[in-house]
Design a protein around this ligand. Structure first.
Ligand SMILES: NC(=O)c1ccc[n+]([C@@H]2O[C@H](COP(=O)([O-])OP(=O)(O)OC[C@H]3O[C@@H](n4cnc5c(N)ncnc54)[C@H](OP(=O)(O)O)[C@@H]3O)[C@@H](O)[C@H]2O)c1
Length: 191
């Protein structure tokens, strides 16, 4: 099974901050949900999302990084630094579809961002067809970010998919002075 997972300020479709390479919200309960969804899976991510991971990788999950720049270990060392180099797989965009088809025969796959990679899945029919579920943590509040990264493809998901709310919650946003934020997790799926 292939799941896509993200959090979004859905009124403006904001998923990240290009100045800081950070998430749009940092809500502990939502990160816990992300952990539950991704543990034991093969996570596929864009190079910038990989660079944004705090410790260079997350335990108990395989990391596959999509990059057209990184082709060899030497490239990876130059761009990412030594600490990132263990147990990682680098693929390029052209290999993505074939990789997922093969890997998903044995393992669940999580597409974990960022905007460039999500957009590709929402726009490319062959990739979109591989996705079973999109789990979007939707927040109404619009964050005060000068350089927002947007995922415009989110806005018409309700026309393309069925959906159900799987979780409703409230948590402190560590990127906004611990102010309380209401969120809901919506699962989008095809018929
Ligand atoms: N809201 C969420 O749940 C969530 C989740 C993850 C990340 N984020 C945020 O999203 C931001 C990063 O997103 P981003 O869009 O800037 O970068 P990204 O998708 O993480 O990485 C982009 C890089 O990955 C490769 N790549 C991935 N998709 C590509 C495509 N369709 N076409 C060409 N190259 C592609 C390229 O690597 P090369 O340049 O090496 O060729 C590209 O520069 C950060 O702020 C991060 O915190 C948010």
């Amino acid at each position: 099974m292939v799941n896509m997972i993200y959090s979004i300020s859905y009124k403006e479709n904001i998923v990240g901050n290009s100045d800081t390479n950070d998430l749009v919200f940092n809500i502990r309960e939502d990160l816990q949900f992300f952990k539950e969804m991704t543990i034991g899976t093969t996570m596929i991510m864009g190079r910038k999302t990989f660079e944004s991971l705090p410790t260079g990788g997350l335990p108990k999950r395989k990391h596959v990084i999509v990059s057209n720049k990184i082709k060899t270990v030497e490239d990876a060392k130059n761009i990412l630094g030594e600490k990132y180099l263990e147990n990682l797989i680098f693929i390029n965009l052209d290999e993505l579809e074939g990789y997922i088809k093969e890997e998903s025969k044995n393992t669940n796959i999580s597409i974990i961002g960022g905007a460039m990679l999500y957009s590709r899945f929402l726009e490319d029919k062959n990739l979109f067809d591989l996705v079973s579920n999109i789990y979007a943590t939707e927040v109404e509040r619009i964050p005060n970010i000068k350089t927002p990264i947007k995922l415009m493809g989110h806005s018409n998901l309700k026309e393309k998919c069925n959906f159900e709310v799987v979780k409703i919650g409230q948590g402190k946003d560590r990127l906004d002075n611990n102010n309380l934020v209401d969120y809901k997790v919506v699962r989008y799926f095809k018929v």
